[in-house]
Every structure is written in C-alpha cells, then in structure tokens.
Ligand binder design. Structure first.
Ligand code: PFF
Length: 445
C-alpha cells in the first residue's frame, strides 16, 4: 500500500473541515428551520446544542481519526476493537446515503444560478421550483453536481480537497458577508433583525418539545457529525496540533456562517412582508427566489446567493464522498481517481429516485436526519466515552496544554450529557419516522 496522504498545513485541515460543516445545512436549512421554530428562541437552543453537544462530539470523532489514521471502518480495528467496525460501516453507509440526495439539491442550486441570471423564475417562483425540482432535468443536474464532487476528490487530499476548500471557504464568507451588508440597506428589514435576534422566552418554553430535537439534529447535521467525515479528515492530520483549538475554530466559523446566512435571509423576507414560516424543502428556492424576483438588482443578488450555496454544498459533498473513497483507497490497489469515479456513479444511481419526486427526496432526508445520523453519533460517543476512554483522553491532550481537569470535563460530557441528548433526539426522530410511515400507509390504503 502506498504512503497515506496528509494535509499540507494546519489551516488546510481547518478550512477543509469548515468546508464540510458549512453547507446546505447552514445557508438553506438553518434560516428556514429558525423561521419554522419561532425565530430567535430556536437560535438560543441551537447555540447551546452546538457548543454543549456538538463540540464535544466533534472532538470524539477527531480523537478516533487522528489516532487510528484510517477510514471510519478500519479505524476501530486499528484501535484494537474489531467488533466496533459495524459503527464505521454505519457511518460510511450514511455518508453514501446522504450524498445521494444532497447532490440532487446541489443540482437544483446549479439550475438556480442560471435561473437567476436569466430571470427564469421571476414570473412565478413556485411554479418554477415545481417544474425543475423533479424529473429528467433534475437528474441531469444531479449528474453535473456529482461530477464536480468526483473531480475534486479524485485529485486527492492535498491537491483536491485542501486546495479547493482554501478557495471556497473564504469566498463563501466574503460573498455572504457582502450580501449581509447589502441587506442592511433594505427598507423595512428591521423587523427581520428583531425576529431573528431577540428571543421570546414564552415561545421557547411553550415549544421546547419540538425545538429541542430540531436544534440538536441541526447541530449534528451542520457540524458533519455521525457520518465519519470529521473522523476521516482527522485521519489525515499526521501532526500534533491541538484538537480542541482546531475544533473550536471550526465550530465557531460554522456557527458564524449560519448566523450570517440568517442576516441575509430575514431582512430580505421581512422587507417584502414575507413570513418565514415554512421550513419545507422548497423554502430557499421558492420564498427566497420569489423575493429576489421583486428586488432591484434581483438577478445579480440571486446569482451571488446561489453561487454561495453551490460552494457551500460542494465543499460538504466532497467530505461525504471522501469518507467512502478513503475506505477503498486504504484497502485496494486501485487508483484514487478510478475509485472516486466508480463510487460517484454508484451514489448518483442511488440518488436518481429522489430526483423524480419531492416526497421521495424528503423520505431520503428524513431517514438520514431522524435515524442514521443520531444512531451513528450515539455509537461513536459510547465507544469513546465507555470503551476507548483512557486512550481517547490521552489523544485529546496530545499537542495541547490541556490539563487533566479539562480532559475529564470533556469525557464527562461525552459519557453523559451528549449521549442523553442524542438518545432523546433519536427517539423523537424514530417517532416522527413512524408518524410519516403511518401517513404513508393511510395514503396507500
Ligand atoms: N454539514 C453539512 C451541511 O451543513 O450542509 C452537511 C454534511 C456534510 C453532513 C458532511 C455530514 C457530512 F458528513
């Protein structure tokens, strides 16, 4: 087997991980989930979930990956716990599954860049979305998005992923920052900031049962946890920098981009008197595109916004493909590019049904969000918290000035608060899947 690749620089690793974290979840899903869950009240719970649950869980993935220097499936065996390989299999299959429909949405984004430039959706954004979201066109653009993803991964860890994310992540921040500054100039946008930034405690208390699982689920998704992406990226570290410091940088930057997206979306919607109530799949595409259609320079704004969305989606998709590719690169003699192309084709095929109907795509999403993701995170946490404990603590402290106390506090979180939070989310997620399945059965009968 040839020498395993490593990141060329520390910044390269951080930006690649930020690229994975910052994705459709931040720019497309986060503002609209916030809208659907009562505005600023949701954000309070979300921030708590990100820092108290997501951050310790991310470090758990990092310690496994950096110590094992292997893909998620082989990592457990390398650490002397062969039986736990099944957790790596679950994560890898989840990455495969999620990329299948993530790429379909990536295809929509490409379509909307063109649609913004030509003004194609300006005469009716809902009808336009209905026409492009499912069918042969959606399949074609799903193929284009997947080809871009394969192209980056085929080039390798340093030449492909590190180089491209070093360009993409700063571009996302600059363009989104530019849009947020522009949004300040909108008449009537003030109500949007108030809605977004001043939490209403009554709303929070009254809806905590639905806000909590949505916030925790969003925290895991946005931090790319549970699918082995962070584990795989950490496996290319080959250096002794501080994992807590790098992890904190990644979490803060990811949160910053999510909040920035809200500072773009809410003033735009409120300035036009549009309620950000619906968190459905089409929200960014119908509501926001509808808003661009009414604004001066709407075409330019639309192009910039959807380019941001494309860069965010692409830098996340490559981390999903890398999880699966890493397994085969570590275990076969075939070239990385051959493997990336073959896997890309297989994942493309799995995604095709979801490009033929929104209800199907929404099922793919629900299975990932409610089942695969929390289950996989839970298993990883149990492994680090209860099985691999001493080695994990030593690994966390490697390359840091972190004292015994800090490491013990982390371990305590990983053993108790975090898995409990995930367990509750998993149970509520299963319940919501069961409700969906029940509705489906009713519809069929
Ligand atoms: N974090 C990405 C987003 O917010 O869109 C989605 C994602 C990418 C999840 C990679 C998981 C993953 F492994």
């Amino acid at each position: 087997m040839s020498q395993r690749e490593t990141w060329a620089t520390r910044v390269g690793f951080i930006l690649a991980a930020v690229g994975s974290a910052v994705g459709l979840g931040n720019v497309w899903q986060f503002p609209f989930q916030t809208g659907a869950n009562g505005g600023a009240a949701f954000i309070v719970v979300y921030l708590a979930a990100v820092f108290l649950i997501g951050f310790p869980a991310m470090l758990a993935e990092f310690v496994i990956g950096r110590r094992a220097e292997r893909n998620p499936i082989d990592a457990f065996a390398r650490l002397g716990h062969r039986d736990w390989r099944v957790v790596g299999v679950l994560g890898t299959l989840s990455a495969f599954w999620i990329l299948a429909f993530y790429s379909v949405v990536g295809g929509w984004v490409i379509r909307y860049i063109v649609g913004s430039a030509t003004g194609a959706y300006f005469s009716g954004s809902e009808a336009y979305f209905g026409a492009i979201a499912a069918g042969p066109d959606a399949v074609g653009l799903h193929a284009v998005f997947m080809a871009l993803t394969v192209g980056v991964v085929a080039l390798g860890v340093t030449d492909g992923i590190e180089r491209s994310t070093k360009l993409m992540v700063p571009s996302i921040v600059l363009l989104l920052g530019g849009l947020a500054v522009w949004a300040v100039t909108l008449d009537g946008g003030g109500a949007g900031y108030a809605y977004y930034l001043s939490p209403d405690i009554d709303t929070l208390v009254a809806n905590i049962g639905s806000i909590l699982p949505a916030a925790v689920g969003q925290a895991f998704f946005t931090l790319s946890l549970g699918m082995g992406a962070m584990l795989t990226y950490a496996s290319y570290l080959g250096r002794d920098d501080s994992l807590p410091a790098d992890g904190a940088t990644i979490v803060v930057l990811n949160t910053f981009v999510g909040l920035l997206a809200g500072l773009v979306v809410f003033p735009i919607l409120f300035s036009l008197g549009i309620e950000p109530g619906s968190g459905g799949l089409g929200a960014a595409f119908i509501t926001l595109a509808g808003a661009f259609a009414q604004l001066p320079a709407g075409r330019l704004l639309g192009v910039v916004f959807f380019v941001v969305l494309l860069l965010a989606a692409l830098s996340s998709a490559i981390s999903l493909l890398e999880v699966v590719t890493a397994y085969l690169v570590d275990n076969t003699d075939r070239s990385r590019s051959t493997l990336a192309v073959a896997l890309g084709a297989a994942i493309f095929a799995l995604g095709v049904p979801s490009a033929f109907g929104l209800p199907i795509l929404s099922w793919y999403n629900a299975i990932a969000y409610n089942l695969l993701l929390p289950l996989s995170v839970l298993c990883l946490l149990l492994f680090v918290g209860w099985v691999d404990t001493d080695d994990a603590v030593a690994e966390l402290r490697r390359g840091t000035g972190l004292g015994e106390g800090g490491a013990v506090a982390w371990l305590w979180f990983v053993r108790t608060v975090v898995p409990l939070g995930v367990l509750v989310t998993l149970l509520l997620g299963l319940q919501s899947l069961a409700v969906r399945a029940g509705l489906l059965a009713e519809a069929v009968v």
